[in-house]
Design a binder for this molecule. Structure first.
Ligand code: ATP
Length: 344
């Protein structure tokens, strides 16, 4: 990594009192400023422990933690936590405080004046898509699960921390609300550019949210830490392959754009049918094209240009060749890494 990492874990270990083996063993990981890194792995592999080590809710048994270039292993955890927002699944809003009071938690701890706190609370609720006038005076039990989760995000952003730790933040939410929250959060992150460590069980969520994904095995041992594209194209071992599961190859199609293909020409005889179907544009992904092929059961998908006129076909051979190229590029990257070459 060429930029100075925002978070550096340097051989960090944690053995809980009374436990025979460490929950986290010698974990080293650099996290760049502004990136979302997603930690995924089986239950009990130490994901939550790793998050809590970063904000020192628990103390490492050994190793060092650096934030923004400073070794924070020994600074006061209170100070540290103001620089780090924390969102958890069972959101833990204070039930007897209003939404506005909940969101004001950190600014109040920092002893901001009343006016500044109130302006910040309004701004934060707006940011997460809740109208402060409608929701500010409600109590947590008067919110849906999705709304409560938004409040959790707003509260974590209270003092504009540079780092957010998110432990299965959308885990207990129905799939549709969950997808909305994911999309809104990604949009928000486009503006805020926080450094985010995000824990999930769900590989699809990891692929969607992560700039990088770290696949962890027992004791938070990193099996593979890389972009979602490369992990899907080239799982480095059997553990990663089985963790990401079936349908892996197809998921990789979501990273390729139709516009990057050399489309098959449309012959005159197909024009009529071609122009009548086709929601696929040059901005669509190859995954969209595959869905279109399956939907029309034709083995090809018509691509339309900006004026809605047919521009060409995506064929199955495009898809297999795109996947092959992604796999070959990823393999080359890892070969170069192993050889200490340019990928290293
Ligand atoms: N406070 C604690 N005291 C003792 N052991 C703990 C404590 N918290 C976690 N552990 C143990 O440490 C290991 C890692 O737990 P952790 O919660 O970090 O895993 P996880 O990957 O987040 O799991 P999950 O996905 O199920 O939430 C487990 O074996 C767990 O039982």
């Amino acid at each position: 990594m060429t930029v100075e990492p925002m978070i550096r874990l340097d051989r960090v270990s944690k053995t809980y009192a009374g436990a025979g083996t460490p929950a986290v063993a010698e974990l080293s990981l650099d996290i760049a400023p502004g990136e979302i890194i997603v930690l995924v792995g089986p239950s009990g592999c130490g994901k939550s422990t790793t998050l809590r080590l970063i904000n020192r809710m628990i103390e490492p048994t050994s190793g060092r933690i650096h934030i923004g270039g400073d070794d924070v292993t020994d600074v006061s955890p209170d100070q540290l936590r103001r620089r780090i927002g924390y969102v958890i699944q069972q959101i833990g809003l204070f039930p007897h405080q209003t939404i506005a009071e909940n969101v004001a938690t950190v600014p109040r701890m920092l002893r901001w004046d009343r006016k500044r706190i109130s302006a910040r609370v309004d701004e934060l609720l707006d940011m997460v898509g809740l109208d402060p006038r409608l929701y500010g005076n409600r109590y947590p039990k008067e919110l849906s699960g999705g709304q409560a989760q938004r409040v959790g995000v707003a509260r974590a952003l209270g003092a504009d921390p540079s780092i957010m730790l998110m432990d299965e933040p959308f885990g207990a939410i129905d799939p549709i609300t969950r997808e909305n929250l994911q999309n809104e959060f990604l949009r928000l992150q486009d503006e805020l550019r926080k450094t985010i460590v995000f824990v999930t069980h769900d590989i699809d969520e990891a692929v969607k949210m992560g700039d990088r994904i770290a696949i962890l095995g027992k004791q938070s041992v990193i099996h593979q830490a890389d972009t979602p594209e490369r992990i899907l194209a080239f799982p480095v071992d059997e553990f990663v392959r089985s963790f990401i599961g079936s349908g892996t190859a197809m998921r990789g199609l979501a990273f390729e754009k139709v516009g990057d293909l050399d489309l098959a020409p449309i012959n005159g005889e197909h024009d009529g049918g071609a122009s009548s179907s086709g929601s696929i544009t040059t901005e669509s992904t190859l995954y969209d094209a595959l869905e279109e092929m399956l939907r029309t059961a034709s083995g090809k998908a018509v691509v339309v240009d900006d004026d809605g006129a047919p521009a060409g076909y995506v064929e199955l051979s495009h898809l297999s060749s795109a996947l092959r190229t992604a796999r070959d590029e990823a393999r080359l990257h890892y070969e170069q890494l192993a050889a200490g070459g340019p990928g290293a």
